[in-house]
Each structure stands twice: as structure tokens, then as C-alpha cells.
Design a protein around this ligand. Structure first.
Ligand code: NAP
Length: 418
């Protein structure tokens, strides 16, 4: 494959999918990276430096391929999301990105959503765990050790939206009122309309990924989070299809919460994964009050977005919270936070979220030792009180470091620990 709109590295070998759908990982993979908008220009290079150090400390190397989206792509190529950017990720299988700005209301649609949809990265996975030394607003942040699987391609994020005053919005209103019979439901005057598609296919492949993860990582339960009491045929269907998938494909290794109490007196046998569900608003308070009871969450796009930011706050805030988008044989790691434009170029913000997103990417390619090294180095750096502004304002004492200095401190720790 030849590219015109990327910086092609001179060394390295591509990651490929084998005939048996396994990833072949060379010891010097080419990994595409998008720094991103706003603070992406701060956290991108900082994370890149740390990931390079961790790879080298474990006997590997990374051939970085700079690719472009958002403002950097507009400046270079006059477009927001060049085809080569999407194709380079598809072709190289594993990539990492910083945040991309999305204008509110008018303007172009989210490039993050476009990437997830074009690459069919259907699961947005957000691990939320506490790192020693990170200040938190809750009493026991270590109780949080949860992974959220957020459906990434459907729901109100699908992009089926009609602007108030547009012909499409009026056509849909008229169809809904006259053909579908909902004529007393919508107020007169301008109306904006969004459609919330939730499919059996989209639900089941997401829940399947969550169950596979829970089984592989010895987790005890999965919680399907939904607002199915109100949105019966979308969020309620998600819950029903989730249970159905578990019964169809994993009946030997799963049990429902009812079965847990009826047949096992509330004590799950070691080899069984409990499938439960919670209504989304209840779930948000349960995350605070019964944190340790939730290990793996499977939910739809919007719930997952809200919930994982709230969960992220419990373990130290957005500067810490990592994520990754997964399709079949594809991984695009990215921090949970956005482009925080007010801090752009100040060498100020916390790069930990992007660094730990790199850890997720490393685990995906089987570099668990390098991933552990990153986690340990971050933990030791923060425990030493070497932190960026966001954590510094929450602790007594400590050194307030710039983004780049903090990254250097983590690299030093990697060298010490390796
Ligand atoms: P945001 O960029 O995540 O920033 C919100 C606040 O979170 C910041 O003001 C800062 O809080 C804190 N924060 C975020 N990243 C941090 C970091 N690395 N270190 C320390 N603190 C950090 O959210 P937003 O302002 O709502 O969104 C800005 C833009 O980003 C929007 O265009 C949005 O669409 C986009 N966005 C992109 C993604 C993505 O690319 N996946 C995700 C979310 C949002 P304090 O000021 O209180 O310190």
C-alpha cells in the first residue's frame, strides 16, 4: 500500500493478520500515531517518548508513522480526515491517537465518531483502576477496578440527525405524526430530530467482546447498563439481547443474578461469570456506593460516555483515564479526555491518560511486560510527588511538572525498573 498523506517511517515492519485471524507482531512494528488537536500536541509527543522507552527496555522498538487528522490534517492536506489516515490504521492494525476537537452545534461532525464508524471499531474499552498516589475525591479509590465496554457505532451517536427547519426534519416529523400515529407527541414549531438505532447485531458483538474479556481476565461479573424502563425498544432490547447472547453462546460458564440467588444462595461458583443488569441512573450512584461490585460493564454509546467519565473522576480525573477502540483485528488506543483547547501548547496537562492508552495498545499486541513497566513507572513517579498541575492541586507538597518533564521522569523510572 502506498500513502501520500502520512510520514512513512524508514524502518520497521507492519503488523499483519494471519490466515487464522491471529495478529503477527514483529519486534519492530510500524505504529501509526495521531497527536491530535489542542493538548494533543503536548500529550502526543510525551506519550510517544514513554512508549518508545518501554518498548526498548523490553527488547523491542517501534517505528512510528505520523498520521494526521483534525487541524494538523487541514493545515497539511486541506481536509479533516484524509483517506490515508483511515487506511494507514486499517492496514497497520494497531494505532494510537490523541484527542480531536468537535465543534458544538454547527460545523463538521465528530472525527472521532467518523474514525470509529469507518474502521468499524465497535467497542470503546475504558479501564478504570486506581494508581497508588493519585488523589481522588472518594474515600477508597482502590475499590474501583472496572472495565467499560461502550458500544461505539450505534445509539444517538450514529449521526442520523436532522437540523431544525430542514426539509428532512419536517419530512420525518410528518411521517411520524401522520403515518406512525404519534400526532400528539411533538410540540409545534422548529424541531431537531435524532434517531437512536440499537441493533441485535451491534449489541451482541459488543456483549460478546465483554464476556470474552471477563472470561480471559478472571472477572466475576458483567453488568449490562441500560435505561430500558423508559426506552423499552432500544435500551430494553439491548438488555434482552445481552442476556440472550450469554444464554446462546456462554450458557456453560455464565449465570444470571436470579439464578445466583435461587440456585447458589448468592455465592457464585468460581467457574461462573454472573450476568446482571442495572438501570443507568441507578448505576451512576451505585458506582459511588457499591464500587467493588462492578467489574465489567457493557453498555450503549451515550451511557458509556457519561459513565466512564464519572468513573474516571473517582480514580483521579480525566488526565489519568485511558481508553481503546477495538474492532475485529483492529485497535485504536486513545485517552478518554478531549482536546482541552485552553491549555494547548502550554506544556502543562497530564499525559498519563495517553501513556496508559499506550499500555492498552501494548497489551493488545501481547507486550504485557512493557505495559506493566509503564504502569509501574507511572505509579512510582506519581507516588514520588512528581505530578502535573491537575494532580498537584489535589495533593499536599509534591513537584508540579510540565507535561514534557513529567514524561522524562516516567522514562527515567522505566530505565530504573527495567
Ligand atoms: P476535555 O478536553 O476533556 O477537557 C475538560 C477538562 O478536563 C479540562 O479543562 C481539564 O480540567 C480536564 N482535562 C482534560 N484532559 C486533561 C489532561 N490531559 N490533563 C489534565 N486535565 C485534563 O473536554 P471538553 O472541554 O468538553 O472538550 C474539548 C474538545 O475535545 C471538544 O471539541 C470535544 O468535542 C473534544 N473531545 C474529544 C474527545 C476525543 O478526541 N476522543 C473526547 C472528548 C472530547 P481543568 O481545566 O479543570 O483542569
Amino acid at each position: 500500500m502506498s500513502y501520500d498523506q502520512v510520514d512513512i517511517p524508514t524502518q520497521g515492519a507492519p503488523i499483519r493478520l494471519s490466515d487464522t485471524s491471529e495478529l503477527d507482531i514483529p519486534s519492530n512494528p510500524i505504529i501509526p500515531i495521531i497527536y491530535g488537536d489542542g493538548i494533543g500536541s503536548d500529550v502526543g509527543p510525551a506519550a510517544q517518548k514513554v512508549l518508545t522507552a518501554a518498548a526498548e527496555a523490553t527488547g523491542r522498538s517501534i517505528a512510528w508513522m505520523r498520521i494526521y487528522a483534525g487541524e494538523s490534517a487541514r493545515n497539511r492536506y486541506g481536509e479533516n480526515l484524509p483517506t490515508d489516515t483511515v487506511e494507514a490504521i486499517r492496514d497497520h492494525r494497531v494505532a494510537i491517537k490523541g484527542p480531536l476537537t468537535t465543534p458544538v452545534g454547527a460545523g463538521f461532525r465528530s472525527l472521532n465518531v467518523a474514525l470509529r464508524q469507518q474502521l468499524d471499531l465497535y467497542a470503546n474499552v475504558r479501564p478504570t483502576y486506581h494508581i497508588d498516589g493519585v488523589p481522588s475525591p472518594v474515600k477508597d479509590p482502590s475499590a474501583m477496578d472496572m472495565v467499560t465496554f461502550r458500544e461505539n457505532t450505534e445509539d444517538v451517536y450514529a449521526g442520523i440527525e436532522m437540523e431544525a427547519g430542514s426539509q428532512k426534519a419536517e419530512q420525518v416529523r410528518s411521517f411520524i405524526e401522520s403515518e406512525m400515529g404519534y400526532d400528539e407527541t411533538m410540540h409545534d414549531g422548529p424541531i431537531g430530530i435524532g434517531i437512536k438505532p440499537i441493533t441485535e447485531f451491534g449489541t451482541k458483538r459488543l456483549v460478546r467482546q465483554a464476556i470474552e474479556y471477563a472470561l480471559e481476565n478472571d472477572r466475576d461479573s458483567i453488568t449490562l447498563v441500560h435505561k430500558g424502563n423508559i426506552m423499552k425498544f432500544t435500551e430494553g432490547a439491548f438488555r434482552d439481547w445481552g442476556y440472550e447472547l450469554a444464554a446462546e453462546e456462554y450458557s456453560e460458564v455464565t449465570l444470571t443474578e436470579d439464578e445466583l440467588y435461587d440456585e447458589y444462595d448468592g455465592e457464585a461458583p468460581e467457574d461462573k461469570l454472573v450476568i446482571k443488569d442495572r438501570i443507568a441512573d441507578n448505576m451512576l450512584q451505585q458506582l459511588l456506593t457499591r464500587t467493588s461490585q462492578y467489574e465489567v460493564i457493557a453498555t450503549m454509546n451515550l451511557n458509556g460516555d457519561y459513565m466512564s467519565d464519572a468513573a474516571g473522576a473517582q480514580i483521579g480525573g480525566l488526565g489519568i483515564a485511558p481508553g481503546g477502540n477495538f474492532g475485529d483485528g483492529l485497535c485504536l488506543a486513545e485517552p478518554v479526555h478531549g482536546s482541552a483547547p485552553k491549555y494547548e501548547g502550554e506544556d502543562k496537562v497530564n499525559p498519563t491518560a495517553m501513556i496508559l492508552s499506550g499500555r492498552i495498545m501494548f497489551e493488545y499486541i501481547g507486550w504485557n511486560d512493557a505495559g506493566e513497566l509503564i504502569r509501574d513507572a507511572v505509579e512510582e513517579t506519581i507516588s514520588n510527588g512528581e505530578v502535573t498541575y491537575d494532580l498537584h492541586r489535589q495533593i499536599e507538597g509534591g513537584d508540579k511538572l510540565a507535561t514534557s518533564t513529567y514524561a522524562d521522569a516516567v522514562v527515567d523510572k522505566i530505565h530504573e525498573l527495567a
